[in-house]
Design a protein around this ligand. Sequence first.
Ligand code: GLC
Length: 603
Amino acid sequence: MNQKNLTAGLALGLSSVLTLGLAALPGMGQTPHPAPSAMHTSSTDLENWWKNAVIYEIYPRSFQDSNGDGIGDLNGITSRLDYLQKLGVEAIWLSPIYPSPQVDFGYDISDYEGIDPQYGTMADFDRLVAEAKKRDIRIVMDMVMNHSSDKHAWFEESRSSRKNPKRNWYVWKDGKGETATSKGEPPNNWQSDFGHSAWEWDEKTRQYYYHKFYIQQPDFNWNNPEVEKAFDGILKFWMNKGVAGFRFDAITTLFEDPNWIDDKELLDKDGKTYLNDYGDVSLDDARTNNLPEVNRVVEHVRKVEDSVKPNVFPGRRVMIGETYVPTIKDLLAMYGTTDKPEFQLPMDTQVGFINKLDVATFRSKLNDVETKIDGNIPLLVFDNHDNARIDARYGDGVHDTAITRVISTMLFASRGSALFYNGAEIGMKTTPPTRKEDVKDPVGLTGWPKNKGRDGERTPMQWDDSTYAGFSTAAPWLPVPSNKDTINVKSEEADPDSLLNWYESLIRLKKTNPVFIHGENVMLDTENTKVLSWLRKEPGKQAVVVSVNFTAEPQTVNLGATSASETPGHHAKTLLKSPGVADPESLENVQLPPFGVYIGEVE
Ligand code: GLC
């Protein structure tokens, strides 16, 4: 993850109040989904399932505990597959479940081909894949190639002697001004995304090793072909176990500038240097992030991925990238070219992490991803385990449920694939620790009190209103937020107007309405600064209008056919609308209550 995004997410106000609201899709919220296989074949072909996919991120530690130790596990996830199937999830991205000292909760891997006993066994994993397949749900693994744990046997060998064959698997450098008795200074000023120097002195072999993230996460040396070969084997291992793809962690930071020169200091608007959340002088990280060599590795990995025949699901495996890149041009580069393909789905973090409900910015960013990525498939995403939840980044503390409907409409009613984080569908709220002694995330420990870390978005999934929210029978590793009494799956399932039922209805629309499957997005009413409206259209299919009020005041919009509008008609049949929205008599007069959403098929 990129520090700028992490801190941007966390620095925002975290004290919103969620109010449950109403969904209104006659007959949709409560009707069971069509059988999943029917859903797939009717909405998209299997080979290209990932082009209009609904992907759900599970943070296994916090999803469902099955053995009463307060930590989520694989059998817990398996027990909740029916819930995910009903919601319409087609693929699960599992945050890391490999053996790990858990310094960064799994992102510090000590064995890439095993399962951490905290989460279960390999047999549990195989059962999860098999049970998920029965429900047409694919498993996508998190793949951390930038670094391993310092407890991985490879690093232990690497640090054992300068002559060890694995020495060059990691990034080792001499200190500046080092002598026989002094370690000197770190090789340069590079900083870890988790605070302070990115260099750690190793007394035994008297050199520094580089870590973009935590000290216990030494970076691999991707200039060494043996590292690439080792990962080829790891990827094949998991593909042969039936996984449907990978989410490539921290992929943009695989390489470091070979000149090892200092990063530049960032200046504030007064031209002065300033301190970041960790009390360090803020630097750009241009010499350790987004280097062009990354694309060569991604291209290679794509070849490896394409070389292994699918053995569980027919159709392509998917490569998802954790691509916090600064511009749409950089995002386009992550797709590669027709001759040299890279990611099918690099995450578009430009839209989802705007972190401000501003119509013009969303219009322009959504338009970019429609028009400037050469017809590739966008992967929209608004939340994950590294950033404060939607309430803290977009909420106003009064209309958070309605605002989450606004966000989820952009996510599911736009062209492309949609990725969302467990708990978003019930409106879980960011709940950061209030005392330093309760902090679990190393980022929060280093950054306290400015940066409270990521525990706030990793609290246990709220299944019901019991003491531990149905997550566990024991006290969970992170406390259950007190709002579990009202924000939980059980009560929202019973309420046709809940956020959960809104998500389910939107997902159903995405998967079953013909123009939602691949139809393009065309922005409507483009001067409007209060309401974002767009059209989904495709030759030969009924067009659909989507209109979303970004404000706390009622708004009226004119989306009817005019010479300046792309809308092909004056009337619409309502497909989905949020509470309080009336069926418009004509598209010339669509009235939206505060943060209201209207979706209708143009007649
Ligand atoms: C990614 C993960 C984050 C982790 C970091 C280091 O950004 O999403 O959780 O801490 O990489 O692996």
